[in-house]
Ligand binder design. Structure first.
Ligand code: SF4
Length: 354
C-alpha cells in the first residue's frame, strides 16, 4: 500500500468525534435524512429511493422528484402497486430508464419476498434489483443505523487525502475502501458516513479544499504535505501511439474526390478523402502527386500525422477518373463542410483551394 499514515490508529476515535461534533453543528437538512440529534429512524424506503435518484443527478435536481414520488407513493407497497407507465412518466427527467425499471422490480420484490420491509441484512439487500455495494451499505447505515462501509466518490476523496494515497484512481479504490473501513464503528453508525459526505461537499471539496476549517486537519497527511488538491491521484496520461497516413486531394474546378467509408470502423459511413493505410511507419514519396503539407489529428486512441498529396485534373480528366473508380464521387467545393474534421484539415494545408 503506497500510503502515508499521518496519525496512529488509536487517534481514530478522537478525530471521529471531532468530525461528528462538526456534523452536529453543520449537518445538511435533506428530505430523506433524520437530523443528527433525533432518535427517529429514517424510513428505509425513503433512503433507498433517494439513493437511486442520486446515483445520476444532484441533490438539487433530485429533491423535487423525491417529493413527488413520496407524495404519490408514500410506501414501498404503494410504489409496488403503481402502474409501470405512471412511474416511468414521473421518472422522466431523471434519465436512465433502466434505473426506473429496476426501482419497480425492486419495490415489487420487497413486497413479494420480504413482506414490504427492506431486509436489515447487507447480503439480502445485495440480491435486490439495482442494489450494489454502495446502496446496500447506505440503506444499512442511513436507515438501520448499522455499522456499514458507505463509500462513494466523496468518501474516496476524503480518504485519499487523509492518508495521502499515492496510488492513482481507479486502482486506488480497494485501498480507499479498506481505509474507510478503519473508521466504521457501531457508535453513531448512521451519522458517520453522512458526516463524511457533508465534509466532502462543504470543506474537502475537489478544488480549493478549506483545510483550515476542517475538523480532521490534524490527522490529514495531504494537508501536512500542503498538497490536498493533488489527491486523489490521477493516472499519468499515457502518450498516444502515432500513426502515419497519406491523404489524396484529387481536385478539379468543380470539387474534389471523396469516398464513402465502410459502415463499420473508425468514421464509419462518413465521407473521407482517399488515403493510404494509417500505419506505424511514415510513408515516403508519392509518385504522380504534389506534396501539399502535413497535419496532425488526435483520435481517442492514437495521433494521426497525415501528409496531403494533390493532383489537379481538368473536368474531362475528373469525369474519366470517376468513371474508372466507381467507389469515388465528386464533392463540390461548396459541399466541403460534409467532411469530418480529420479530412477537412487536409483542405486547409493549401490556402489556394477555395
Ligand atoms: Fe480534506 Fe483538507 Fe480536511 Fe484533509 S484537511 S480532510 S484535505 S479538507
Amino acid at each position: 500500500m503506497d500510503t502515508t499514515i499521518a496519525f496512529a490508529a488509536a487517534d481514530v476515535p478522537v478525530f471521529r468525534k471531532r468530525l461528528l461534533d462538526w456534523y452536529d453543528a453543520n449537518a445538511r437538512v435533506l428530505p430523506w435524512r433524520v437530523a443528527p440529534d433525533s432518535d427517529a429512524q429514517a424510513d428505509p424506503y425513503r433512503v433507498w429511493l433517494s439513493e437511486v435518484m442520486l446515483q445520476q443527478t444532484t441533490v438539487a435536481h433530485a429533491a423535487p422528484y423525491f417529493e413527488r414520488f413520496t407524495q404519490l407513493w408514500p410506501t414501498v407497497r404503494d410504489l409496488a402497486a403503481a402502474a409501470d407507465e405512471a412511474v416511468m412518466a414521473e421518472w422522466a427527467g431523471l434519465g436512465y430508464y433502466s434505473r426506473a425499471r429496476n426501482l419497480l422490480k425492486c419495490a415489487r420484490m420487497v413486497v413479494s419476498e420480504h413482506e414490504g420491509v427492506f431486509p436489515r441484512d447487507e447480503g439480502k439487500l445485495l440480491n435486490l434489483p439495482g442494489f450494489g455495494p454502495y446502496t446496500a451499505a447506505a440503506v444499512m447505515a442511513f436507515a438501520y443505523d448499522e455499522a456499514a462501509n458507505v463509500v462513494d466518490g466523496n468518501v474516496e476523496r476524503v480518504m485519499s487525502r487523509l492518508y495521502a494515497v499515492k496510488t492513482s484512481m481507479p486502482e486506488a479504490r480497494p485501498e480507499l475502501r479498506r481505509l474507510a473501513l478503519l473508521w466504521v464503528r457501531p457508535e453513531r453508525a448512521r451519522d458517520w458516513p453522512q458526516a463524511l459526505m457533508d465534509l466532502a461537499r462543504s470543506l474537502c471539496r475537489p478544488k480549493a479544499p478549506l483545510c483550515l476549517l476542517c475538523p480532521l486537519n490534524g490527522a490529514c497527511a495531504a494537508f501536512a504535505e500542503g498538497a490536498a488538491e493533488s489527491y486523489p491521484r490521477k493516472a499519468a496520461k499515457v502518450a498516444k501511439p502515432v500513426r502515419y497516413g497519406v491523404a489524396f486531394l484529387i481536385s478539379s474546378e468543380d470539387g474534389f474526390v471523396v469516398e464513402r467509408r465502410p459502415d463499420r470502423g473508425l468514421l464509419g459511413g462518413m465521407l473521407g478523402l482517399p488515403h493510404l493505410e494509417w500505419r506505424s511507419e511514415p510513408w515516403g514519396e508519392v509518385e504522380g502527386y504534389d506534396f501539399l503539407g502535413e497535419y496532425t489529428h488526435v483520435f481517442t486512441h492514437f495521433t494521426l500525422r497525415q501528409q496531403v498529396w494533390s493532383r489537379h485534373l481538368t473536368q474531362a480528366e475528373m469525369e474519366e477518373h470517376l468513371r474508372r473508380h466507381n467507389k469515388y464521387q465528386l464533392l463540390t467545393w461548396a459541399e466541403k463542410g460534409a467532411l469530418p474534421t480529420v479530412f477537412a484539415k487536409a483542405l486547409k494545408t493549401q490556402r489556394a483551394f477555395p
